[in-house]
Design a protein. Structure first.
Length: 181
């Protein structure tokens, strides 16, 4: 009889406890405010972006960090752009694919900080000086915050696009996505 508690402890310690998985994917919309920075501030002006995004970020609730992949496309309308030689706005399309990490900073299982980087394609409706091209390929990076709530993933990103290769755009992006498998 004295072995019974010891056997119970051994059996309890060998059983595996599974954490609840977070929804690994999300798809939804994104909206943001954007501006050219540095020398590109006058060329690109300022404006808004509107588009869609999809993410794949599998991890379980017991993990504090995990990997993530995010794809997005945004249509932009830039006002007061020096590159807008026809009309008063510069229209853009940006598509990017970023890989990164997610980190849960506190014990709240639904909040994550993100750090991502990747590649981006940018297309403008008019030539953008000084390269005088309409299409650009370059690097993109973002830092953000994500919150799971009621089957949705709310995210806020600060994004820097076309780093070192094309017209550099700084944007604040707010996204809402439906989560699921």
């Amino acid at each position: 009889m004295r072995w019974l508690p010891i056997i119970a402890v051994i059996l309890a310690s060998t059983s595996t406890i599974h954490a609840e998985p977070l929804p690994p994917g999300s798809i939804g919309g994104v909206v943001g405010a954007a501006s050219g920075i540095g020398a590109d501030a006058n060329r690109l002006g300022y404006g808004y972006q509107l588009g869609g995004q999809a993410a794949w970020q599998p991890m379980a609730t017991e993990r504090r960090y995990g990997w993530a992949a995010k794809w997005s496309f945004v249509f932009g309308t830039m006002y007061d752009a020096g590159a807008a030689s026809v009309g008063d706005t510069l229209l853009t399309l940006q598509m990017d694919l970023m890989l990164g990490i997610r980190l849960r900073p506190r014990t709240n299982l639904g909040q994550y900080l993100t750090l991502r980087g990747g590649g981006q394609l940018l297309r403008a409706n008019q030539l953008v000086p000084p390269q005088n091209h309409r299409a650009f390929a370059g690097a993109v990076a973002s830092v953000g915050f994500e919150q799971y709530t009621h089957g949705l993933l709310l995210d806020f990103d600060v994004r820097l696009s076309q780093i070192g290769t094309g017209p550099t755009i700084f944007a604040f992006m707010l996204g809402v996505g439906k989560t699921g498998p």
